[in-house]
Design a protein around this ligand. Structure first.
Ligand code: FAD
Length: 299
C-alpha cells in the first residue's frame, strides 16, 4: 500500500485490504488496497478529489455482477456506493433513481406503479449505475430505450449532467466505458400502461430467466457478447464446451455462456476457461468471442 488516505468527512468508511471476492457475484477476487464507502454525496466528491490529487487509481463498484477481479486484487481504492445513493423518486412517469439502487427492485416497483419500461430488468442483479455504464438489457430491450439523463461526478469532483446522446449507447456499451465519470443518479422516462399487462411481461421474463439460467449459483451472467447475427451460448454449446472445467470454474450445462464458480474458483481459472472457449469457438466457427464481463485488478 503506497498511499495514506484520510478524509475530512467522517462519514466515509475506509477499509484496508478488503477481499473483493466478498463484493462480486462470482465471489472471486483478491484484495483492494482500500475499500471506500462514502455515506453521502459530499463524501463521495471529497473521496474522488482526494484520490485524483494523490494519483491513486480508483474503481467504482456496483453490485460486482459484471466484474472479474484478478486474484492479486486491485492496487488503489475501490469505491462502493450503496449507502450514499440508494434512493428512488417517482414523479409522474419519470423515475429518478440513485446509482446504488437495485435494478431488480426498480423493475418490481415501477411495474407495481403501472409504469412500463423496466420489465426486461427483473432478473438483472446489478445497480442502476452499473446498468447505465453497461447499457444492460435483455429480451430485446435495454437501458438506452428509457434513459433520459444522469447526474455524474467527474474526476475533478465537478458535478455535471449527461444526456442520452452524449452517452452513445450501443449493445452493452456506453460512453462511460471510456470516460472517468461516476453516475450518481439516473432519470428514466417510462410509459403509463395497464398494470396487469406490465406485471405479466415482467413475470414472463423472470420465468424465462429462471428456466434458462443456472440460478442462484455464483456467476456474472453472460461472459461473452453475442457476435453479430449469432448467439455466443449457441456457439459454445455446439463446440461441445458445456461442463468443461478449469479448477472450480465450469461452463454451465444449463446456459453455455455462463461460467459458474463451483466452490473455490480463482480468477485465473475463469481466465483460462475464457481463453479455452475463445480458441475452441474460433477453431470451429472462425468467430472471435469478445468478453462482456470486465476484468479489473493487478495481472
Ligand atoms: P458492476 O459489476 O459492479 O460494475 C460494472 C462496471 O460498471 C464497472 O466498470 C464499474 O466500474 C461500472 N460502474 C458501476 N457503477 C457505476 C457508477 N455508479 N458510475 C460509473 N460506473 C459504474 N447483464 C445484462 O445486460 N443483461 C442480463 O440479462 C444480465 N443477466 C445477468 C444475470 C446474472 C445471474 C448475473 C450475475 C449478471 C447478469 N448481467 C446481465 C450482468 C450484470 O448484472 C449487468 O452488467 C449489470 O448492469 C452490472 O451492474 P453492477 O452494479 O453489478 O456493476
Amino acid at each position: 500500500m503506497q498511499h495514506e488516505l484520510s478524509f475530512r468527512d467522517p462519514e466515509t468508511e475506509v477499509i484496508c485490504n478488503e477481499a473483493l471476492a466478498r463484493h462480486t457475484t462470482w465471489k472471486i477476487g483478491g484484495p483492494a488496497d482500500y475499500l471506500l464507502i462514502p455515506k453521502t454525496k459530499a463524501g463521495l466528491i471529497e473521496a474522488i478529489q482526494t484520490l485524483t490529487s494523490q494519483h491513486v487509481p480508483w474503481l467504482i463498484l456496483g453490485k460486482g455482477s459484471n466484474l472479474l477481479v484478478t486474484d492479486k486484487g486491485f492496487r488503489g481504492a475501490v469505491i462502493k456506493l450503496n449507502r450514499a445513493l440508494d434512493f428512488i423518486r417517482i414523479e409522474g412517469n419519470m423515475a429518478h433513481v440513485g446509482a446504488a439502487y437495485s435494478l431488480i427492485k426498480l423493475a418490481a416497483l415501477t411495474s407495481k406503479h403501472g409504469l412500463s419500461g423496466f420489465e426486461f430488468a427483473g432478473g438483472i442483479p446489478g445497480t442502476v449505475g452499473g446498468a447505465v455504464y453497461m447499457n444492460a438489457g435483455a429480451n430485446g430491450a435495454d437501458i438506452s430505450q428509457i434513459f433520459q439523463s444522469a447526474e455524474v461526478i467527474l474526476e475533478s469532483g465537478e458535478v455535471g449532467r449527461m444526456y442520452a446522446d452524449e452517452l452513445q449507447f450501443a449493445y452493452r456499451h456506453s460512453a462511460l466505458q471510456k470516460k472517468r465519470a461516476i453516475v450518481t443518479e439516473a432519470s428514466f422516462q417510462l410509459a403509463y400502461q395497464d398494470s396487469d399487462s406490465i406485471k405479466k411481461r415482467f413475470n414472463q421474463n423472470k420465468e424465462t430467466r429462471m428456466r434458462t439460467q443456472p440460478l442462484p449459483l455464483d456467476c456474472a451472467g453472460s461472459v461473452f457478447r453475442n457476435p453479430p447475427n449469432a448467439y455466443a451460448a449457441k456457439l459454445i454449446e455446439e463446440a461441445g464446451l458445456k461442463g468443461v472445467r478449469y479448477g472450480d470454474a465450469e461452463v454451465s450445462s444449463k446456459h453455455a455462456n455462463f461460467i459458474m464458480n463451483m466452490g473455490h474458483a480463482r480468477a485465473a481459472d475463469v481466465l483460462n476457461l475464457i481463453q479455452h472457449i475463445q480458441e475452441k469457438v474460433h477453431a470451429q466457427y472462425q468467430v472471435q468471442l469478445v468478453p462482456e464481463i470486465i476484468v479489473v485488478g493487478e495481472k
